[in-house]
Design a protein around this ligand. Structure first.
Ligand code: ZN
Length: 180
């Protein structure tokens, strides 16, 4: 019998495996419907926690564009999601799932009129990043990911150990083994 966390990982695979990859490979610079590529997110509790009763409407209108670099981001002009199609195809499914949650927080922030790329702050101090990471880490803990695994997820290749510690401290969430 699958454990609780295995169950969620399997569910994530179900959410993500339906991606029509051939459609992605044919992409231009145009944007497509989020719900054509990311199935079932409107039923995810963490997503409903972000948008509340407006979840279906917002996800129904959300656009996604495919890029060839990085991971995922939200365009601060029109609030559409940008996704590296290669990452979507080859990346760790749990991390992709958590990234979608993170980026949907940015979608909400953009709708609320918040500045997504505020140059007054470093990345790990930016209030919009800290809020999005905080929400994502709470979801990761709920899924049963270990603190070590969460830290590995948080530390992208361009983030120093000191920056990682700053990010975790800014989030105000206890994560063991962050002191190195
Ligand atoms: Zn972010």
């Amino acid at each position: 019998m699958a454990s609780w966390s295995e169950y969620f990982v399997l569910r994530m695979f179900r959410l993500l495996r339906k991606l029509p990859l051939m459609k992605i490979l044919r992409f231009g610079t145009s944007t497509e419907k989020f719900t054509d590529y990311f199935k079932g997110f409107e039923g995810v509790k963490a997503v409903r926690g972000i948008f509340g009763d407006d979840t279906d409407e917002i996800l129904g209108k959300l656009k996604v564009g495919f890029i060839w670099f990085g991971y995922m981001a939200v365009d601060d002009e029109d609030g559409h999601l940008m996704v590296n199609s290669r990452y979507l195809e080859n990346g760790d499914k749990t991390e992709i799932y958590l990234d979608v949650i993170h980026e949907l927080c940015h979608v909400k922030q953009h709708l609320d009129g918040k500045e997504l790329f505020d140059s007054r702050y470093d990345y790990v101090d930016s209030p919009t990043e800290v809020e999005a990471y905080r929400y994502t880490v709470i979801e990761a803990k709920r899924l049963g990911l270990s603190d070590k695994r969460i830290l590995r997820y948080l530390q992208t290749e361009w983030m120093s150990d000191a920056d990682l510690r700053r990010l975790v401290s800014n989030m105000g969430i206890d994560l063991q083994n962050v002191e190195k």
